[in-house]
Ligand binder design. Structure first.
Ligand SMILES: Nc1ncnc2c1ncn2[C@@H]1O[C@H](COP(=O)(O)OP(=O)(O)O)[C@@H](O)[C@H]1O
Ligand SMILES: [Mg+2]
Length: 231
């Protein structure tokens, strides 16, 4: 039986529509093999809006975030692959069936049972230096699994965290989160490192050391480390 990753990598891709409200060219696609088909989000490199603070190739950061989440055992990013498509090379990420009215702010208030998954995502965002953890980039599926999306603006070597997840600031990290971060204080998995620059790889290790040593969720003393818009 083919795995989900195999299907994303090798299935035939056809564009369903361009996603509304997306800043870059982001497409809803269908990916089919003889056995089955899934829906996914395709972000071709060619459709990226140029940015002053990130080199072109944001799609590679999407894939790096998925691979790191898997390597850490967090499974908090939907399966994402690097492949060719109708508009050239891009990232292809499995579509999560989530209610669009639910996002971090509503879920934090209403779903206390998800808080541990939010804690894990908060730690993950610090490690990947996420510059764009908007509330709407946090989804929950029908099995109460929390997923993070839109990781194009991650892994910069300069610390520039922008996130809405600050509720845990000052709380000690759980033993399980400490265990997940620890391996990154010595090395970054090859499948992640191959997508990033030398400086960006070193910076992952530095952030992992910083978080491990502090052993608590940081507090935003400046009050400015939020993305815009918030949702
Ligand atoms: N894997 C996914 N599953 C479900 N919805 C997604 C997924 N990826 C993106 N989306 C939807 O598409 C919108 C635009 O995608 P996003 O990754 O935020 O791209 P952009 O870089 O254009 O902001 C998201 O706000 C979300 O509604
Ligand atoms: Mg977005």
């Amino acid at each position: 039986m083919e795995s989900q990753l195999d299907l994303l990598l090798r299935g035939e891709m056809s564009v369903v529509m361009r996603m509304p409200y997306s800043s870059n060219a982001t497409f809803l696609v269908s990916i089919a093999s003889d056995e089955k088909s899934v829906q996914a989000i395709y972000k071709p490199m060619r459709g990226e809006r140029p940015l002053w603070d990130f080199e072109p190739g944001l799609h590679r950061r999407e894939v790096a975030a998925y691979r790191l989440s898997q390597a850490m055992g967090l499974n908090c990013v939907p399966a994402t692959v690097l492949r060719d498509g109708p508009s050239g090379e891009g990232s292809v990420q499995l579509l999560i069936d989530a209610n669009p009215d639910e996002h971090y702010f509503t879920l934090f208030e209403q779903r206390i049972e998800l808080h541990d998954q939010f804690r894990a995502m908060c730690a993950f965002d610090i490690i990947i230096n996420n510059t764009d953890r908007k509330s709407g980039h946090v989804l929950v599926d029908k099995d109460a699994h929390v997923w993070g999306i839109d990781h194009g603006l991650c892994f910069a070597s300069d610390f520039k965290l922008r996130t809405v997840i600050w509720e845990f600031g000052g709380e000690p990290l759980s033993e399980s989160i400490c265990q997940v971060i620890k391996p990154l204080t010595s090395s970054v998995p090859l499948e992640v490192a191959t997508l990033l620059s030398e400086q960006e790889i070193d910076a992952i290790i530095e952030r992992a050391e910083w978080l491990s040593q502090g052993a608590m969720f940081p507090v935003d003393q400046s009050g400015r480390l939020y993305p815009w818009p918030l949702v």
